[in-house]
Design a protein around this ligand. Structure first.
Ligand code: ADP
Length: 225
């Protein structure tokens, strides 16, 4: 589904954020992306979302060479991705329902379809009944659920989670992992960057570890070590 072929990323400052990284991820996988701060995780995620282009190497998504994607086609490519950030990035002046509906509207979904899908998505993330609430009236865990609802509303092929539990307490983090496991069991492919040793050790999923921009470990059912 996703393949990085000898991808390198040198920032104009001279920083080598990634050097010759090759990774293949199949549909339906759950992959943890780990590594110390500065290892290159955010850079890798920005390459996936096409915020950045690699200085060398290629990124393939399904049968498309994303590296060569025309600017005009980037928005369409991004629709195959759902992205969840550590800091939720919700529209603070909009309700839970509006936050999720907005994501559907910008890809051209009709109101009728939004009205039909919204309750299903909110139910899936455990937020039924909170439709009319504003983000600042929700707990951190609930806000992250809204951001997951928004990310999955358009049925993305790949869900990218960048430190999704970074602002959550341990109990809430586990609840969130239960939700991600549920989505994974429903068939969603997930890449999750994290610093949480406990989570990686407990989940026993594939672990991709970066160190100083190099891929140093790619292990099935790995732990944090
Ligand atoms: P991580 O997400 O694992 O903390 P990053 O991808 O943010 O790692 O950073 C990898 C390396 O690239 C680090 O050395 C960092 O200083 C450098 N880097 C990140 N972003 C930039 C940038 N915009 N300009 C220059 N160097 C950067």
């Amino acid at each position: 589904m996703l393949e990085l072929k000898e991808v390198s990323m040198h920032y104009p400052t001279g920083n080598v954020a990634l050097g010759d990284v090759s990774i293949e991820i199949d549909r339906g996988e759950f992959v943890f992306l780990i590594g110390a701060s500065g290892a290159g995780k955010s850079t890798l995620i920005k390459l996936l979302t096409k915020e950045l282009s690699p200085t060398s190497g290629q990124l393939w998504f399904e049968d498309k060479n994303v590296t060569k994607l025309h600017k005009r086609r980037i928005p369409l490519y991004r629709r195959s991705l759902g992205i969840v950030f550590q800091d939720y990035r919700l529209l603070e002046r909009e309700t839970v329902a509006e936050n999720v509906a907005f994501a559907m509207r910008i890809v051209g979904k009709k109101n009728r379809e939004i009205r039909k899908t919204l309750p299903l998505v909110l139910n899936l993330v455990g937020l039924s009944g909170k439709e009319k609430i504003f983000p600042d009236q929700l707990s951190g865990g609930e806000q992250q659920r809204v951001s997951i609802a928004r990310a999955i509303a358009n049925n993305p092929k790949l869900l990218i989670c960048d430190e999704p539990t970074g602002n959550l307490d341990p109990a809430t983090s586990w609840e969130l992992m239960d939700l991600l496991s549920k989505l994974h069991n429903h068939g969603t492919t997930i890449i999750m960057a994290t610093h949480s040793k406990d989570i990686v050790n407990a989940m026993q999923k594939r672990v991709i570890e970066l160190r100083d921009g190099k891929l140093v470990r790619d292990q099935e059912q790995g732990g944090y070590i």
